[in-house]
Design a protein around this ligand. Structure first.
Ligand code: HEM
Length: 146
């Protein structure tokens, strides 16, 4: 469970992060795909070029964070994204990698405003969001195996 303080910090930083969404997604993808070639191969190169995929992943995390205290509203979207993830064989081990680069991008873009409290709150929130995806995808992988 996230503390009320964590929820407040995350929600209060979502608007500024969304405003600078393009910057965040650009930094996030450049660093993550640059340093993890095996992940780069999973992404459709056409969508990488036109920028639609980088935008989708990071902006979805920001949108999810806005509903961090009411994750049920996200479930239809999670179910649909999870299907895409299953198709490209996303594993639960890859979630911390995405989290690391997303937090790095948030830090870079927020600069001096990225206090320890802010970064820790986002790390916790990302962990909760990632767990939702991981458990939905685990179920789908199990069903596939039947
Ligand atoms: C909480 C974390 C994540 C969120 C919110 C997220 C969100 C998304 C969204 C919105 C899409 C667009 C496709 C659709 O709408 O069906 C997508 C596709 C995709 N995601 Fe994720 N994702 C997350 C974690 C991951 C992880 C850990 C990986 C593994 C490296 C990954 C790899 C991919 C790939 C390869 C695609 C398809 C891209 C393409 O079509 O080129 N995602 N994700």
């Amino acid at each position: 469970m996230l503390s009320q303080k964590t929820i407040e910090i995350v929600k209060s930083t979502v608007p500024v992060l969304k405003e600078r969404g393009i910057e965040i997604t650009t930094v996030f993808y450049k660093n993550m795909l640059g340093e993890n070639p095996e992940i780069k191969d999973m992404f459709d190169s056409g969508k990488q070029k036109d920028g639609s995929q980088p935008k989708a992943l990071a902006m979805t995390v920001l949108a999810a964070a806005q509903n961090i205290d009411n994750l049920a509203v996200l479930m239809p979207a999670v179910q649909s994204i999870a299907k895409t993830h299953i198709n490209v064989k996303v594993t639960k081990e890859q979630y911390p990698i995405v989290g690391k680069y997303l937090l790095g991008a948030i830090k870079e873009v927020l600069g001096a405003d990225a206090t320890d409290d802010v970064i820790n709150a986002w790390a916790e929130a990302y962990g909760v969001i990632a767990d939702v995806f991981i458990s939905v995808e685990e179920k789908m992988y199990q069903e596939q195996g039947k």
